[in-house]
Design a protein around this ligand. Structure first.
Ligand code: ZN
Ligand code: ZN
Length: 49
């Protein structure tokens, strides 16, 4: 069974490290706030404008 591993920040498209829900502290810091712009600064992230 393939587990979808994507950052829990809805605007983020990154894959978090093993055992983590978020790819970065920046995404984790969004908490229950919904941001359209992702601040993780990963180049592959498509939520980063
Ligand atoms: Zn991101
Ligand atoms: Zn992220």
């Amino acid at each position: 069974m393939a587990e979808e591993r994507k950052c829990k920040n809805p605007s983020c498209t990154c894959v978090p490290p093993e055992g983590q829900k978020y790819c970065s502290a920046s995404c984790e810091g969004t908490g229950d706030t919904i941001e359209l712009d992702c601040d993780c600064s990963h180049e592959e992230c498509q939520g980063n404008f």
